[in-house]
Design a protein around this ligand. Sequence first.
Ligand code: THU
Length: 183
Amino acid sequence: MSGTVEVTLPAVARTAAVTETPLGRLTVPSRAIPERRVSVDPEELARLRDAARGAAANAHAPYSGFAVGAALVMADDPERRVFVGTNVENASYGGTICAERTALTQASSAGFRRLSVLAVSCARALHARLADRSPCGICRQFIAEFATDEPPSLVLIDSGEDGSLGEILDLERLLPYPFRLDR
Ligand code: THU
């Protein structure tokens, strides 16, 4: 198998809702993300998914027993090498770092800044509902730091299912309101 395939990132549309309260207006903001199409290389996705699964075997997770692996390629890396990471837990608990951030820290330390695709695999939750094997909120914000809109950086979530590469999302759909500092 070779070549790329086109993936549709579906539109998201939500109108605003405003509720008047005795102390002022409360607004649920609208959200409008147009549909877009993006090219992916299924071979690279499979390679990243497999690398993420492999990395999970090296997780340092003695406290939770929840091994996670991540593997990514950076768009500004002409060699498109694969960087991997695992969760590295700490006796302080709070010092724990997730697999996604470990992988991105490696890529950033090697000088790359633009994420192309990141795959994540949660060994113990491969067949669980999406929320139980998706990047945590801190990792979403961390991924957003290196995400580009054009082409959209993508996150692939291992579903462990035979015949499936998993779920794929861009950052707009994975993290609707990333915190941003204007530089
Ligand atoms: N973990 C990750 O590595 N990535 C995530 O996105 C979610 C959670 C790790 C952190 C901790 O070591 C274990 O999974 C249980 O939360």
